[in-house]
Design a protein around this ligand. Structure first.
Ligand SMILES: [Zn+2]
Length: 221
């Protein structure tokens, strides 16, 4: 028996404004969006060995924080995304992999759009006073701790500096205005060694990722 495709809520899909995702109708609320990826004809390809023979390993659901502008405010919302995982059928591989999405950095649980908002709030721009990590956390009702705000900030900045994703217009503007912010200027008191901090941060992410895998936080069903 084939699974029935869920109905799509076009209005909320437009509000979410992430071209890779569709919002499922009749679920969640204004703070919580249940989503599926937009169907693609592209065949899954193993990221480790390039083989395209794969077995469907069922679905997983993953939660992400995202931000939606409503009036003057940036509202923090949760995305629950359900997607398929595949197991590579090459005899010497067997890698289990997920689709890659451009709206989120690998292993991250916050969308790039939200990270951009955080970077924009923390970097001095124009006449607006930059906010501290604590103030940004408060702006999101404490749902993201100041420590995590800082991690998101560091990750997005290093990603932009490494050219790992499309450079948003506001970042180009900062560069053109020679207000370029390098990670060595990070304004945190304990950031005397920013490169080390970023390396440590990536190590933490790796650790967290392997921990998640072991604890199977991603519910399989
Ligand atoms: Zn493979």
């Amino acid at each position: 028996m084939k699974n029935k495709k869920p109905d799509i809520d076009e209005e909320r899909t437009a509000e979410l404004d992430l071209p890779e995702l569709q919002v499922i109708a009749g679920k969640g609320d204004s703070e919580h969006f249940f989503c599926i990826p937009i169907p693609t004809k592209a065949h899954p390809v193993c990221p480790r060995c390039g083989n395209s023979a794969a077995r469907n390993q069922g679905k997983i659901r993953r939660n992400y924080y995202h931000v939606i502008p409503r009036g003057e405010k940036s509202n923090l919302v949760t995305i629950s995304l359900e997607f398929r995982k595949h197991k590579c059928l090459a005899s010497n591989c067997g890698c289990v992999y997920y689709p890659k999405f451009s709206f989120v950095s690998p292993y991250a649980r916050t969308t790039r759009k939200l990270a951009d908002v955080i970077v924009g709030l923390h970097i001095p721009q124009g006449i607006d006073d930059p906010l501290s990590f604590t103030e940004i956390s408060e702006q999101f009702s404490g749902k993201i701790s100041p420590q995590v705000v800082r991690q998101i900030y560091l990750r997005r900045l290093s990603e932009l500096e490494a050219g790992l994703s499309d450079v948003p217009a506001w970042y180009r503007e900062i560069q053109e205005n020679e207000l370029h912010y390098s990670s060595s200027d990070l304004p945190d008191s304990d950031m005397s060694q920013p490169e080390e901090a970023i390396t440590r941060y990536y190590q933490d992410i790796e650790l967290l990722h392997s921990h998640c895998k072991n604890a199977s936080i991603d519910s399989t069903y």
